[in-house]
Design a protein around this ligand. Structure first.
Ligand SMILES: Cc1cc2ncn([C@H]3O[C@H](COP(=O)(O)O)[C@@H](O)[C@H]3O)c2cc1C
Length: 170
């Protein structure tokens, strides 16, 4: 089995908000969600986590239950949406969204990371993990999209992953 990418549980932020790098903590439902994740998760021999609270809380919970230390890695942080962070998606300027859609890899109308910049920091992590054994990385939806794109999956950038769900990479 290869690396397992696990999305964090529900964060404490209003539905429809644009957020990536903003450090929202987990929602009140954390304990129940974390128990479900733990029950579904296969055995792993290493636990890595994005340094953001919505991931470290879950990683710490898993690490404590499985007797493993948690290592944080900044390459596992979600894409940085710059000036858009904390804004409802419905209020993000239309021209910015259009530019982003038309120039998907290069565009950064929010002043944060372009998808290309984001992908360029994620790929070295994925390459390092290749063949590293059963490693769990607690991370974000954007990372899971990037990883599936890297694995050659058609439509990976449009995929959705529920909170607390995980994917296994070969
Ligand atoms: C290209 C791209 C487009 C996105 N649109 C939303 N997100 C991602 O950013 C937000 C934070 O993710 P999480 O809740 O897992 O921390 C979510 O809305 C998620 O879908 C994206 C990520 C990427 C890379």
């Amino acid at each position: 089995m290869g690396v397992i990418l696990l999305r964090h549980t529900r964060p404490d932020v209003a539905e429809g908000t644009c957020y990536g790098r903003t450090d929202y903590p987990p929602a009140e439902s954390f304990s129940e969600e974390a128990a479900e994740v733990l029950a579904a998760l296969p055995p792993v021999h290493r636990v890595l986590s994005s340094p953001l609270l919505r991931c470290t809380r879950l990683a710490d919970h898993i690490g404590a239950a499985r007797g493993l230390p948690v290592e944080t890695d900044p390459r596992l942080i979600e894409i940085d949406f710059g000036a858009w962070e904390g804004t409802p998606w419905a209020e993000v300027p239309r021209d910015g969204l259009d530019h982003w859609a038309a120039h998907f890899y290069e565009s950064r109308p929010h002043g944060g990371e372009s998808v290309g910049m984001f992908y360029a920091r994620v790929v070295p992590f994925l390459e390092e993990m290749h063949g590293a054994g059963t490693v769990l990385a607690v991370t974000h939806a954007g990372l899971m999209r990037a990883a599936l794109h890297h694995a050659g999956r058609e439509g990976a950038w449009q995929m959705k992953f529920p909170y607390g769900s995980f994917i296994e990479l070969p």
